[in-house]
Ligand binder design. Sequence first.
Ligand SMILES: C[S@@+](CC[C@H](N)C(=O)[O-])C[C@H]1O[C@@H](n2cnc3c(N)ncnc32)[C@H](O)[C@@H]1O
Length: 315
Amino acid sequence: MRREPFPRLDTQADLHARLLGFCRLRAGEVWQDPVRGHRVGVLDAAREEDVGVLMDGQAAQLGIHDPPYNIGVGRRRSPALFRMDIQAYMRFSRAWVFPAVSALDTHAAFYLWLGADQEAGFQPLPEFMLLMREVPGLVSRSFITMRNQRGYGTQKNWMALRQELLYYAKGTPPFHVVYTDIPKTLKGYYKEVGGRKTSNEERGKAGTLRPGNVWGDIQQVFYRREENVPGAYAQKPLAAIERIIRASSSPGRIVSDFFAHSGTSLVAAERLGRKCYTMDIDPVFAEIAIRRLERLRATGKTGWQTENPFPELAG
Ligand SMILES: C[S@@+](CC[C@H](N)C(=O)[O-])C[C@H]1O[C@@H](n2cnc3c(N)ncnc32)[C@H](O)[C@@H]1O
């Protein structure tokens, strides 16, 4: 099996600088998809004007945001996986959260990926939860934990395996029941419905379980998977984003994601018939997101696995 053609881009300043030459967008520009109407910008989520440029007067029915977590992951600290002073991080968070919620429709869902740094008082999760209470019109709906298969800190502490996902509602957005691939094994679980004793098999026709608020069934992205994007350092599994989109949006509607990175939300929206309005402050990741969409359309593949997203680099 080939390894990835290049390393995580956040640790390779020279390579990153070379890739900038292959990017179609400069800061402040937006790519408008001629086929399905997706939009990808090189914009700053913390600038209200930039959010306006991306949204172009439209409102999203679903926002899925995956900002930098303010956690240095194990020993892999880098300019992107950094930990700044919590006050500064919360100023940044406040600057993007309010415009992101304003960019939602009257009835919409808001999902936010976040971490809790066990080496620093579990910041920024509690601070973020308190900030979210200040956002007018939002109500908390679920606190989901996704389990990663690989963790860090195994010898001197419990292995850190979790990713947090907060789910809020504005108005009354749709919520569609979705299922995992895990077969139902529990039989004969009885409950009275309408004065009659019913078994769980009778009550629910689906053969598989619902995900609940702990997602242990989603495979993490790594280089052996087709969806892997070489150079990405924080890619979310497509299955997780597709689960959110299926549950909390309707076909044809807009999904916003202000931290595109590898373009997972863009690819998921394309596969599920939604429109994605997304941005990244880094032109290289905006370019990667657009190329990933183009590759999906050309080949049906969800990523590059170990191939090179920038073949023009060869030689
Ligand atoms: C955690 S990653 C998102 C991962 C993404 N969900 C995926 O599956 O690939 C965070 C991304 O946010 C971008 N970013 C950081 N600050 C930003 C800002 N102020 N505005 C827009 N994007 C930003 C980074 O360049 C990085 O690509």
